[in-house]
Ligand binder design. Structure first.
Ligand code: THU
Length: 144
């Protein structure tokens, strides 16, 4: 991936992270993704007094991508938490990314200063996964 795209993802993830609503955990997370058609979307974690209703930063970025239309194929997604331990996507987010992933989708994790802590394909984080293809059915000659 282009250095310019990485720099933009860092900037967008950082801006989103600065708006995180995390009064309960105080763990601020930002995420930014780039689609295969070059669009960039970001999100932050939004917690809730009813704790399980909180949503992760990755989910926010994915919602923004879907709401904008477009090809919705994630080329790369970056997560910015707080170092030194990489803020890897939780299990639920791995599956949410999987929905819009390709065989090449890359996950990058950076610290709050943008230092790269982790980089690998989604497949390494979610092997043998279940995805939309598993539900493909033929309806009147069209895929559902
Ligand atoms: N969180 C994210 O937003 N993304 C991750 O990849 C891991 C965790 C959030 C959820 C919660 O608001 C806080 O971090 C602490 O778990």
């Amino acid at each position: 991936m282009d250095d310019k795209v990485i720099a933009t993802l860092k900037q967008k993830a950082s801006a989103a992270r600065s708006n995180a609503y995390a009064p309960y955990s105080r763990f601020h997370v930002g995420a930014a993704l780039v689609t295969e058609d070059g669009q960039i979307f970001s999100g932050c974690n939004v917690e809730n007094a009813a704790y399980p209703e909180g949503v992760c930063a990755e989910a926010g970025a994915i919602s923004a991508m879907v709401a904008a239309g477009g090809d919705c194929k994630i080329a790369s997604i970056m997560v910015m938490g707080k170092g030194p331990t990489p803020c890897l996507p939780c299990g639920g987010c791995r599956q949410k990314i999987r929905e819009f992933a390709t065989s090449r989708t890359c996950v990058l994790v950076v610290d709050e200063d943008g230092a790269l802590l982790f980089k690998d394909d989604l497949h390494a984080l979610l092997p043998s996964s279940f995805g939309p293809e598993n539900l493909e059915i033929e309806v009147e000659g069209k895929s559902a």
